[in-house]
Design a protein around this ligand. Structure first.
Ligand code: GRF
Length: 189
């Protein structure tokens, strides 16, 4: 049985897409880690019956302190993969030193273009004609880790920003589960 842990801060639509795509006899989401009490991803976790570890970073002195708590949670699981899905924090040395090579992220732009918080907005502002999604390993930089997979599409130029966001999310929900299964050597059904 493969075990993954998902980190999310907000809506959690990727988290849900991953959960629904996994064959639970082969792989389980052992834990959802969330840094925002009240985030919608926690409601999704409850509905999916997935345990959560929720923390408020403001209650810790610094990143090292809350990452130590996360490491304690992870130690009991020993996950095959840590999947960042809209986790709006940079992974610090405490987590990275333990799990580098086993942490992946999804970014809503074609890296190395438009890294950072708002890849979609930045790409649209720049006026690029091809948009897309990147899945990459986490290293100590911001969206700089080795690229695992990408998917791209060409804009018609007629879409609204909302339609583009929707298209990107749809692509994310297809690509992320596929890549996770590949990395874990789980056969697609
Ligand atoms: C996604 O667009 C992902 O690329 C980015 O954060 C967003 C998370 O969305 N890193 P959701 O919480 O999974 O709905």
């Amino acid at each position: 049985m493969k075990k993954i842990v998902v980190f999310a801060s907000g809506s959690g639509s990727n988290f849900q897409a991953i959960a629904e795509s996994l064959d639970t006899s082969q792989c389980e989401i052992s834990l959802l880690v969330c840094d925002r009490p009240g985030a919608y991803c926690l409601e999704r976790a409850a509905a999916l019956n997935i345990p959560t570890f929720v923390f408020n970073p403001k209650e810790y002195e610094n990143k090292e302190e809350f990452e130590k708590q996360i490491c304690q949670q992870l130690a009991t699981i020993n996950p095959d993969l840590i999947v960042l899905a809209g986790y709006m924090r940079i992974i610090g040395p405490t987590l990275l030193s333990e799990y580098e090579g086993r942490i992946i992220n999804i970014h809503p732009a074609l890296l190395p273009a438009f890294p950072g918080r708002d890849g979609i907005k930045d790409a649209l502002k720049y006026g690029v004609k091809v948009l897309g999604v990147t899945i990459h390993y986490i290293d100590s930089g911001i969206d700089t880790g080795q690229i695992i997979d990408q998917v791209a599409f060409k804009r018609s130029g007629l879409e609204t920003k909302e339609e583009i966001e929707q298209k990107i999310h749809t692509l994310e929900h297809e690509l992320y589960p596929k890549v996770i299964k590949q990395l874990l050597n789980i056969k697609e059904d």
